[in-house]
Design a protein around this ligand. Structure first.
Ligand code: NDP
Length: 275
């Protein structure tokens, strides 16, 4: 039996949960594959990815700081990847071309709606941050037809630029200071502030009654933004572990044509962080 080879490239990548998630998916679905985490700094990306596919690799995930480089590398791109200018999934096609896709935004929407019963349609949504992750989630969120979407960023010009790139929808960009007096049903933290145990400087009263906070970052302990949500009496204050599992499931589907069941995998990862 041939074992097909997959990997995640990132820098740093040591603590990635992706190898574990894909091993569980493979066991669950009876797929013969290997999946490893490889530390690849940006300056070695092109060489490493070329070698990986030359040596018979079938697919890659790319994480920080490689998603834009992966976008440049892909021969063909999905609409999601084109929209976000970032790729987290590379897949070898039958014709030898490398497909680039971005499963982050679909993963977030699947986690919110599937695991947490959060409705995006008609909701007032605030996205904090205007980096790669924010760009990746915007398209799939807009497809859910929210009532309004505001992007707020430490550097307001970047939020305004991002809003312009998705113009046509009711979408605006601003700085954190401009949010005073506004109300949102869902606040998504797509800044990297939680990685430094920090939260963006937000005014009190931003969250509607029973509103939801979601941090794309995840950790074994509640992140700084999950704690902020709790202080603001959020109906739910969630972190991004479910998004990680869901984006992995879509990548697995792109590679193998088989949809894994995410629920038991998420339950296992959640149980592990409680001990
Ligand atoms: P980028 O470096 O591309 O962007 C970082 C963003 O955070 C910028 O908007 C930056 O603002 C802002 N920022 C950084 N520090 C602060 C701070 N102290 N206060 C306020 N704003 C700050 O990162 P990514 O977009 O790639 O990643 C963002 C987060 O999303 C990370 O925590 C990452 O782990 C997470 N993520 C989670 C995924 C999942 O599956 N759960 C998938 C993808 C990402 P400025 O423009 O002013 O510099």
């Amino acid at each position: 039996m041939t074992i097909d080879r997959y990997a995640v490239f990132g820098h740093p990548v040591k603590h990635s949960k992706s190898p574990k998630i894909h091993k569980l998916f493979a066991e669950q679905t009876g797929q013969a594959l290997s999946y490893e985490a490889l530390d690849v700094p940006a300056e070695h990306f092109t060489q490493a990815v070329t070698r990986f596919f030359d040596e018979g690799g079938k697919g890659l995930n790319c994480t920080v700081p490689l998603k834009e480089l992966a976008w440049q590398f892909a021969d063909v791109k999905s609409r999601r990847a084109e929209q976000s200018k970032a790729v987290n999934t590379l897949a070898l096609q039958a014709d030898g071309k490398i497909l680039g896709d971005n499963t982050d935004g679909i993963g977030l929407v699947a986690d919110l709606s599937g695991h947490h019963q959060v409705t995006l349609t008609g909701a007032r949504i605030l996205i904090l941050g205007a980096g790669g992750a924010a760009r990746g989630i915007l398209g799939p969120i807009l497809e859910q037809n929210p009532q309004t979407l505001v992007i707020a960023n430490r550097t307001p010009a970047k939020a305004e630029e991002l809003a312009l790139a998705f113009s046509g929808a009711d979408i605006a960009g601003c700085g954190f200071g401009d949010l005073q007096g506004a109300k949102f049903d869902l606040i998504i933290n797509a800044t990297s502030a939680s990685l430094n145990n920090d939260t963006p400087p937000l005014p009190d009263g931003l969250l509607a009654d029973n509103g939801v906070c979601y941090d794309l970052a995840y950790s074994n302990q509640p992140t700084a933004f999950v704690n902020w949500g709790r202080q603001q009496h959020a109906g739910k204050s969630l972190d991004g572990l479910g998004m990680l599992v869901e984006q992995a499931a879509l990548a697995f589907f792109i590679w193998r044509g088989v949809q894994p069941n995410t629920q038991p995998v998420l339950e296992l990862l959640n149980a592990e962080r409680l001990v």
